[in-house]
Design a protein around this ligand. Structure first.
Ligand code: GRF
Length: 201
């Protein structure tokens, strides 16, 4: 049986991308990563992919007349690479409902908070400023709503007294790098089923 082909979508640093690539190398994730889709030509993740000899396709939304055209260009590349699973790792674009419907239960995302709390692009800061004592990391299937799909895995992170936002960010990222590969490996075992909002094993 051929291995699952994963496309990672990222816009920024790419620390999660690197963690996933390492997990593929060690055999923890039994899949290929033939493709990185990046919407930002300046993103540091691009160099990381080049170093890992992974094909990078930069598709910037500003080069297209609308989101539909932008996503059509992405879909064409995905088809060309025979992609089975899309892994969002800091991809700063919201995918349209039409795009998400094309890949049912085949797009996953990592969010740096315990969903449904602190959705959005500043989740670590929002949780810190709110003053919660526990935040964390969520890996979830992507559905038509932002930061909303069925939860695959979560891990809590305590916010200790006197902890700085910077330190919290470092801890969250460290947890992400452990949790995301584990969630992908679990998904690839093929035993996860989505029942309504719930993911069951
Ligand atoms: C991570 O915190 C992830 O949870 C969020 O975007 C960030 C990406 O970081 N979706 P990196 O580019 O993987 O370092």
């Amino acid at each position: 049986m051929r291995k699952t082909n994963i496309a990672v979508f990222a816009s920024g640093t790419g620390s999660n991308f690197s963690a996933i690539v390492s997990a593929v190398k060690t055999g923890m994730i039994k899949a290929n990563i033939p493709l990185l889709i990046c919407d930002n030509p300046e993103a540091p993740v691009i160099k990381k992919a080049v170093r890992a000899k992974i094909r990078v396709v930069v598709i910037a939304a500003k080069d297209f007349s609308d989101r539909d055209q932008f996503e059509k260009a992405i879909i064409e590349v995905l088809r060309g690479c025979g992609i089975d699973l899309i892994v969002l790792a800091g991809f700063m674009r919201i995918l349209s409902p039409a795009f998400v419907k094309r890949y049912p239960s085949r797009i996953i995302n990592i969010h740096p908070a315990l969903l449904p709390s602190f959705k959005g692009a500043h989740a670590i800061r929002d949780a810190f400023e709110y003053g919660v004592k526990v935040t964390g990391v969520t890996v979830h299937f992507v559905d038509e709503k932002t930061d909303h799909g069925p939860v695959i895995m979560q891990e809590p992170v305590r916010i200790e007294n006197g902890q700085t936002l910077k330190r919290l960010g470092q801890i969250i990222h460290k947890v992400e790098h452990r949790v995301y590969p584990r969630a992908i490996a679990l998904l690839l075992r093929g035993r996860l089923r989505v029942r309504g909002r719930k993911v069951v094993c």
